[in-house]
Write a protein that binds this ligand. Structure first.
Ligand code: FDA
Length: 404
């Protein structure tokens, strides 16, 4: 075959990306008797599923709804989530032997704790239904040619062009380039005249530089249950101090709502009132030093660290009202201005992506380019930490399959 002439395939659609969205789409299309070819850049499917949830795959969240997703259009995901619910995810995996267990906050993992069981469901079903999956096949371009799409790829180092009547862009987002992430979804959308909503790392650790860095560094490895918030959102989970700044679930969550130059706020003792606690304690133990008291509430290491910002060597009885105000502000409204984030190398997802204005919310087909569908992470629908992003990937893959 010539490398310049595109080969007409007998597939109903070509799916680009064998990740969560592409694999679900291939399987659901198979259930409807549609033949697809899945093209995957990596040498195996589902690379991110395999590393997700620490290799255990938090594959959905019991409480998932459109509210836990960030998008320029907060209503966009509702149609997909109505078509493919959390119950559908649970039932689908149960039907193929994966029973879920809730770890925390509605997060569902396979009882086996093995992410590879999730990938195996898709590879087995694709094989059973004769859905074709080519690995080591990197798509470099997609063009509209008449009623078809011409897909330009390199497979095992050789260039090839394929023609297909429909294309599903399930090539994911930009996080973790070393695992195969490319900007193909965004690039193709842009070339076809579609708008992109600001793409940036999300669910990502935040960095502290300058004179404050040493303060965080001394606490590296310490974690603390906190409430973290800014003007847009608030989360109660652990934060983790690292030698370069802050991580942990609450920080990853707020990072999706944080913009460079902004402050975030941390309540280090949520649901308690430090001033009331001190007032109660000093009635019985007025001679107790503030540092000793804080060491009861936090780890000694953490109490010592915050003591450099407090009158730690005073005893509780001698704390003035001004001291109590300072303590209250420090404990319940600890202010942090991150220098930046750890970027796509460490981000769990990309926020932003192909603008929802460009897609039908019911079918996920591009409004300007019929036959072209976008699903999963390359669309401007970004979930919180906790299984929400997979729920979107499964739901969008299902919806697209119904419309191929
Ligand atoms: P995904 O990235 O899964 O798949 C896209 C595929 O397209 C990839 O296989 C890629 O190689 C391929 N591709 C890219 N460019 C290509 C090209 N040009 N040609 C051919 N193929 C190409 N979410 C969650 O809900 N629960 C969790 O536990 C976790 N845990 C987690 C841990 C870590 C470390 C990360 C980085 C991410 C998570 N996530 C998560 C997020 C979750 O992995 C992510 O939202 C989904 O994988 C997105 O699914 P997609 O199918 O859209 O992209």
């Amino acid at each position: 075959m010539s490398t310049n002439l595109a080969k007409q395939t007998d597939f109903d659609a070509i799916i680009i990306g064998a990740g969560a969205c592409g694999l679900m789409c291939a399987v659901q299309a198979g259930f409807l008797g549609k033949r697809v070819l899945v093209l995957e850049k990596n040498d195996r499917p589902g690379a991110k599923i395999l590393i997700s949830g620490g290799g255990r795959c938090n594959y959905t969240n019991l409480y998932s709804s459109a509210q836990q997703f960030i998008s320029q259009n907060e209503h966009f995901s509702k149609s997909a989530f109505a078509q493919w619910t959390v119950e559908d995810t649970i039932n689908f995996f149960e039907a193929y032997g994966i029973v879920g267990k809730e770890k925390t906050l509605g997060q569902l993992f396979p009882v086996s704790d093995k992410a590879k069981d999730v990938v195996n469901v898709f590879t087995s079903l694709c094989a059973d239904m004769g859905q074709e999956l080519w690995c080591d096949a990197e798509v470099v371009n997609v063009e509209k040619v008449g009623d078809n799409f011409s897909i330009h790829l390199t497979r095992n180092g050789k260039e090839q062009k394929l023609l297909a009547p429909k294309v599903v862009m399930a090539a994911g987002g930009l996080p973790i380039p070393k695992m195969g992430a490319t900007d193909l979804g965004l690039r193709v959308a842009r070339k076809l005249g579609m708008q992109i909503a600001g793409a940036a790392p999300a669910l990502v650790p935040l960095t502290i530089t300058g004179k404050d860095q040493g303060w965080y560094e001394q606490l590296s490895g310490n974690s603390l249950f906190c409430r973290v918030w800014n003007d847009r959102a608030s989360f109660e989970e652990n934060i983790l101090f690292t030698h370069w700044g802050l991580s942990g679930p609450a920080i990853l969550q707020i990072s999706s709502y944080w913009r460079p130059g902004e402050w975030i706020y941390i309540d280090l003792l949520p649901h308690q009132n430090i001033v009331e606690l001190i007032q109660q304690e000093r009635e019985a133990n007025g001679k107790k030093m503030l540092l000793a008291y804080l060491s009861n509430l936090f780890t000694r290491k953490f109490a010592e660290a915050i003591s450099d910002r407090l009158p730690a060597d005073k005893n509780l009885a001698s704390l003035s009202n001004a001291d109590l105000e300072n303590i209250d502000a420090l404990i319940h409204q600890f202010k942090v201005k991150p220098a930046g984030d750890k970027g796509y190398d460490k981000a769990e997802v990309m926020r932003g992506g192909v603008s929802t204005d460009e897609l039908s919310s019911k079918t996920l087909e591009a409004k300007k380019v019929s036959g072209l569908f976008f699903g999963g992470e390359c669309v401007d629908v970004t979930g919180w930490l906790g299984g929400y992003n997979f729920q979107w990937a499964w739901a969008s893959g299902f919806v697209i399959a119904q419309n191929l």
